[in-house]
Design a protein around this ligand. Structure first.
Ligand code: EPZ
Length: 422
């Protein structure tokens, strides 16, 4: 039998101490791609050291961008792009590769990507991205799993998105930054990384207004200049660590985060009986247990983020009472709860709703991560459980969390990565 990597957690140890939050995964993917729009080198700071960022940097290198890394910073010189066709096998590894299409269309007037990969959490169409590119005047061919777009010149326009889409909003914003004239995006997503991408575009001389509201105005510019930009901290990593602190009845102080981005989660943790204190860029989470059940409904920002639904529902399996979790964004985002049934969790899943009956405790068991946040949820379950939990497919976790086991170990968790027989 082949050997595979697993995370083994010996649960029941409260997390205590201080931890630094890393730069945002989803914001980094957008901002890195946006760097291709520039006519000069740009330096990006605070990039997380995670698999999705490594893959995107490699994709950009293969397009001809010169990239110099120094720790968490990268200088990207996109002046001499040699290709407009990102490597399909790498694009399929991450969802964020769709941003290369908007960036290439804006910068060189053509691009071709396969349907992007990413977590399997339900249907993830990109029709709104394509609709936006077409509205800007691009010809888009969407056949055989490839999306090819070209234009002789994008022209600003009005784009009304049929649903609130983070990727669609950012992708249209990228292409429109280099269009002629003004573009208005209606029904835009308001997530922190939409705002961060707009701020980065503006640092390069673009003129984007209204990001963070549901109408974004982009005045196209013909030239973007170099700059140094620091990406914002990861909202979802912050939330995952907050939930882990509560789940282990710990006392953890998170540094370098943005408390305002965490309001939806903080409110739910407070409702459960967890203590959450915020000051400047610091959040302290303390819990003595005795958590109360709560109801969650995922929504676009500023609602409860779908990316924290999985870690949060892991915590709810041990809250006292019955919690309901409604997932409104993706249609298959409860696979972690199926795995947690092996650990003694009581959850009934029906379509987009999970009803969770809180149990006093979970028991360690072998489980498999089906996607990134399912992996994070299982880590939280393992930290709470008595005995050992073995988590298969830790590579999903590596896509979005920088050295999670090392950082949890530093907080007192007993977690290690081992090679085991499958
Ligand atoms: C982004 O995915 C994130 N990924 C996801 O992060 C996150 O869960 C999601 O936004 C929601 O916040 C990246 O940033 C790389 P959407 P994205 O477009 O852009 C529908 C994580 O764990 N839709 O906002 O794919 C879609 O089906 C993850 O880090 C269309 O119908 O999400 C969904 O129901 C996974 N047509 C809803 O909109 C479109 O053209 C929201 O999707 C686009 C989306």
């Amino acid at each position: 039998m082949p050997f595979v990597e697993k995370l083994v957690i010996h649960g029941g140890h409260p997390l205590r101490g201080d931890v630094q939050v890393r730069g945002g995964k989803n914001t980094s993917l957008a901002v890195l791609s946006a760097a291709l729009l520039c006519d000069e080198p740009v330096t990006l700071e605070n990039l997380p050291d995670i698999e999705d960022v490594h893959v995107l940097l490699e994709l950009m290198r293969r397009l001809g961008a010169r990239i110099q890394r120094s720790g968490r910073n990268a200088t990207i010189d996109p002046r001499q792009l040699t290709s407009h066709r990102p490597a399909p096998e790498l694009c399929r590894k991450l969802r964020g590769s769709y941003y290369l299409l908007g960036a290439l269309l804006g910068r060189v007037g053509e691009g071709a990507i396969p349907y992007p990969g990413g977590c399997e959490i339900g249907a993830r169409p990109i029709d709104q991205h394509i609709k936006g590119f077409r509205a800007l005047g691009a010809e888009v061919d969407d056949r055989y799993g490839m999306v090819e777009a070209r234009t002789t010149g994008l022209v600003g326009t009005e784009v009304f998105l049929d649903c609130v889409t983070v990727g669609g909003t950012i992708n249209v914003m990228l292409a429109a930054a280099r269009a002629q004239g003004n573009t208005m995006i209606f029904n835009a997503a308001k997530e922190p990384h939409v705002v961060d991408t707009a701020n980065f575009l503006n640092s390069m001389g673009a003129r984007v207004r209204g990001a963070g509201t549901d109408v974004i105005l982009i005045r196209g510019t013909q030239r973007l200049h170099g700059c140094t930009y620091t990406v914002i901290p990861d909202q979802i990593e912050t939330g995952t660590l907050m939930i882990a602190a509560a789940a282990t009845q710990g006392d953890v102080t998170l540094h370098g985060c943005i408390p305002a981005h965490m309001e939806a989660l903080s409110a739910k943790l407070l409702e459960m009986g967890v203590r959450v204190d915020e000051q400047d860029d610091v959040i302290r989470v303390r819990s003595l247990g005795g958590h109360r059940a709560v109801n969650i409904k995922t929504q676009a920002y500023p609602g409860f983020p779908t990316d924290l639904q999985q870690p949060m529902s892991a915590l709810l399996t041990t809250a006292s009472g019955t919690s309901t979790v409604v997932e409104t964004i993706f249609d298959k985002r409860f696979k972690h709860l199926d795995e947690m049934l092996r650990m003694g969790a009581r959850a009934h899943i029906s379509d987009r709703m999970a009803v969770i009956e809180g149990m006093p405790g979970l028991l360690g068991a072998p489980v498999y991560a089906s996607d990134l946040r399912a992996g994070a949820a299982l880590v939280i379950a393992g930290l709470m459980a008595s005995g050992d939990t073995e988590i298969g497919n830790p590579q999903y976790i590596d896509r979005g969390y920088e050295k999670l086991e090392e950082r949890l170990s530093a907080l007192g968790a007993q977690i290690r990565r081992v090679m085991m027989q499958e």
